[in-house]
Every structure is written in structure tokens, then in C-alpha cells.
Design a protein around this ligand. Structure first.
Ligand SMILES: Nc1nc2c(c(=O)[nH]1)N[C@@H](CN(C=O)c1ccc(C(=O)N[C@@H](CCC(=O)O)C(=O)O)cc1)CN2
Length: 306
């Protein structure tokens, strides 16, 4: 008998993980949008307008709404901000949405989420005219995306797709797993990946052996809102990992009562396994507002027939 051979696999070399700089990509996208807005103004006298509605005083929402207003103005567009008290009724909010639907200066309407308890989010989102629904949350836009018609696409998944295409080129034939099935991120993300000819799985809280399902993924999108749920050993070596989570967790090392933001992926564990990964902060988050500006220009062009 000849020499015996070990059946254990050769140890795999550690992968060099490259972070995806969403902040820089978003800044470049905003520059492109600014140039497009300037040219729309010069050629057609068109200034796209975005109305953002904030109900209540949620601190994170206040920051997001302020940033949306600032970036809208920086892009040369018109910004209309509506801040309403937490006591605003559903009927009052819908009455404001109706006024914005009828306002010719407004091309895009966004109602910041979450809404205070007692206000039915679905009823409010359903009141937004689909042509002005720059969040892409209206069932008409969700349905159009699902059947492959032109739609206003939710900003966060749109931003994720832009990052993926920029870094990977064609996504055709790749195995994609989306963890999370929200209407705002998980489902539209899966639709967008399907449209790019990926083989798509949506994993969720009832998925059996979720780690094994995730390990199949060439593209792994984590959008569950649970801090660091996706562990290093859920990731296929060399996979591209998109972390949508923005979770505020206690950070006693920074001082008593301090917090920090972490994603849905255990980032430190992913290093040396993932090929590409979006950090949190600085990955997907900045793309959300840049894509909102993109959608506002798209809505303005369609309304003007340009
Ligand atoms: N109507 C909507 N409501 C909400 C949406 C949305 O798309 N439409 N998304 C989120 C909040 N959001 C925008 O509204 C948003 C979240 C995060 C970021 C961002 O830039 N994050 C930074 C970190 C910011 C921080 O320090 O807090 C990052 O990840 O680098 C922008 C926009 C819920 N509501």
C-alpha cells in the first residue's frame, strides 16, 4: 500500500477583506445629481422640489430630516420641511399629504418613519401620490418593481444595489441571500437582485439553519435590525457583505451612558472572511439620502415629461 493521504481540506488562506466606502460613493453620487439639477434648471427651467414631513421628536429622525434638507439644498433643489407635533392625528397628517400631492412645486414627498404610535403608517403611505412617492413605499411602486415596470425604488435597497454593481459589475448568476423581509428593505432588495439575475433567497426569523443558508451566499445582505446577528462563520469566504443595520448599543468603553452604532453583522469576525463589506457607519447609510435625491430628480423628470 502506498502513502496514505489525509482527507481533511487544505487550510484556506485568509481572505483580504476590503471595506466598501459608502460615504465617498454617496458624495460622488450627490455631485452627479447636483450637476444634473443645474442642467435641468438651465435647459428646462425645472427645479425639483422635495417635501419631508417629520411627526414628533424622535432624536435620530430629527438628524435624518435635517440632513435630508441640507443635502437637498446643496444639490440645488427646493426643500420643504414640515415638522408636526407628536400629537398630530392621522387625519391631519393625511390632509397635509393631500396638500403636498396637489402642490406643483413638490415633486417628491417623504414621511419620515417611524411614525408615533396611534398613526397608521400604511394609511399615511397609501395617501402619497405614487408619482411623488420618492421613498418607493406605496403599493403601486412596490407592485411596479415586482412586475418589472419603471418604479420609484426604496432608497436603501437602491443604494445597496448601486454599491454592488459598482464593485462587482454584473451580478448575473450570483447566489444572493437577503436576511430580513421588511417591506422597506428586505423585499425590495430581493426584487432588485432578482432583476439582476441573481438566485435570491430571503431568510428570516423562521428560517431553519440560517447560518447554512447564509454560507451559500456570494452576496449577503443583512437587514434585520439586530445588532451583530450575522456571525463570521455565516459568511462564505470571499463573499460580498452588505450591512444595512443601524443599531445603537451601549458603549461603556466610551463612558457611562454612551452608545455607538453597530450593524447587523459582527464586523470584526467578518474581516478575513468576506471579500468586500460595508462598514457601519459609513457604508449603506449615506447612500439612503443620496438615493432619495436621485429619486426626487427622477420623479421631477417624469412629472415634466423630460
Ligand atoms: N421615510 C423613511 N423613513 C426612514 C428611512 C427611509 O428610507 N425613509 N430610513 C431610515 C432612516 N434614514 C433615512 O430616513 C437614514 C438612516 C441612516 C442614515 C445614515 O447616513 N447613517 C449613517 C450613520 C448616522 C448616525 O450616526 O446616526 C451611516 O450609516 O453611516 C441616513 C438615513 C429609517 N426611516
Amino acid at each position: 500500500m502506498g502513502a496514505s493521504h489525509s482527507l481533511s481540506p487544505a487550510p484556506s488562506a485568509a481572505v483580504e477583506t476590503r471595506p466598501i466606502d459608502g460615504k465617498a460613493f454617496a458624495a460622488g453620487l450627490r455631485d452627479e445629481i447636483k450637476a444634473e439639477v443645474a442642467s435641468l434648471k438651465a435647459s428646462h427651467g425645472l427645479t425639483p422640489g422635495l417635501a419631508v414631513v417629520l411627526v414628533g421628536e424622535d432624536p435620530a429622525s430629527q438628524v435624518y430630516v435635517r440632513n435630508k434638507g441640507q443635502q437637498t439644498i446643496e444639490a440645488g433643489m427646493a426643500s420643504f420641511e414640515h415638522r408636526l407635533p407628536a400629537t398630530t392625528t392621522e387625519a391631519e397628517l393625511i390632509a397635509l399629504v393631500d396638500r403636498l400631492n396637489a402642490d406643483p412645486a413638490v415633486d417628491g414627498i417623504l414621511v419620515q418613519l417611524p411614525l408615533p404610535k396611534g398613526v397608521d403608517e400604511r394609511a399615511v403611505l397609501a395617501a402619497i401620490a405614487p408619482a411623488k412617492d420618492v421613498d418607493g413605499f406605496h403599493v403601486v411602486n412596490a407592485g411596479r418593481l415586482a412586475v418589472g415596470l419603471d418604479a420609484l425604488v426604496p432608497c436603501t435597497p437602491l443604494g445597496c444595489l448601486m454599491l454592488l454593481k459598482h464593485h462587482l459589475g454584473s451580478l448575473s448568476g450570483l447566489e444572493a441571500v437577503v436576511v430580513g423581509r421588511s417591506n422597506i428593505v428586505g423585499k425590495p432588495m430581493a426584487q432588485l437582485l432578482l432583476k439582476e439575475d441573481c438566485t435570491v433567497t430571503i431568510a428570516h426569523s423562521r428560517t431553519r439553519d440560517i447560518a447554512a443558508v447564509c454560507r451559500r451566499a456570494d452576496i449577503l445582505v443583512a437587514a434585520v435590525g439586530r445588532p451583530q446577528m450575522v456571525r463570521g462563520d455565516w459568511i462564505k469566504p470571499g463573499a460580498t457583505v452588505i450591512d444595512v443595520g443601524i443599531n445603537r448599543v451601549p458603549a461603556p468603553d466610551l463612558g457611562e451612558g454612551r452608545t455607538r452604532i453597530v450593524g447587523d453583522v459582527a464586523y470584526a469576525e467578518a474581516l478575513g472572511i468576506a471579500g468586500l463589506i460595508t462598514p457601519v457607519p459609513g457604508g449603506v447609510g449615506p447612500m439612503t439620502i443620496a438615493c432619495l435625491l436621485r429619486n426626487t430628480v427622477t420623479a421631477a423628470r417624469r412629472r415634466a415629461g423630460i
